[in-house]
Design a binder for this molecule. Sequence first.
Ligand SMILES: [Zn+2]
Length: 245
Amino acid sequence: MPTLKTLAIVLRYADYRENDRMLTLLSPTLGRVDALCRGCRKPKSPLLAASEWFAEGEYVLYSASGRVTVTSCQLSDSFYPLRQDYDLLKYASYILSIAETVARPGEEALGLFTLLARSLSRLAYKSMDPRAVTSAFLLLLAALEGYRPRLRHCVRCGEPVSAEAALRMDIDSGGLVCSKCASSLPEKLYPVRPAQVAWMQDVLAEGIEKTARPPADAPLPLLAEYVERRLEKRPASSKYMRYDA
Ligand SMILES: [Zn+2]
């Protein structure tokens, strides 16, 4: 810096003083950035919309004596439908808190930024099952972060496991367990259905939009557990991801 333009999405904010907010931004080039947004809570502030959850745009940041300030923003999307639907908001805010936990200050995050922007856009504008969108976000995030689950081989013995025969997953070991190995330490295993495994294989291979329709029960509780155990963090909204739809 001192003055720098970057694309960013608002992951979180905290109200500060009378009219200000401290924003936590995700930038594809700068990673996670905390930036003060002065005066943005005044009703006529040009930064009002740029200081809300999910706001995406080109932010101009000024850095001096260790503090970053937002000086202006060209908003590209506010993902407005997410604010109007309580159900969508739950999934979107969960996705934001996971992204916030994964992002690191000063570390390039192009993959995470792209995945986040596309996931928010699918939730807001496409009539896709929000549990499937959130599941795909978690699965692709796991792949980005280097802990892609093994969905074609048993994590205990290494033998191939077909999707049709896949019934159990060992979350700590990171993948499917074959029926032979499932008889030892069964208490450590998480149930999974063949249709869920086939869908996860397709999402990893081709992305969510090219895959066949997700199973009626997207594997969200499983993937939330899988990712959160590795992050060692449970966002407050995590409880909504737990029930089977
Ligand atoms: Zn095995």
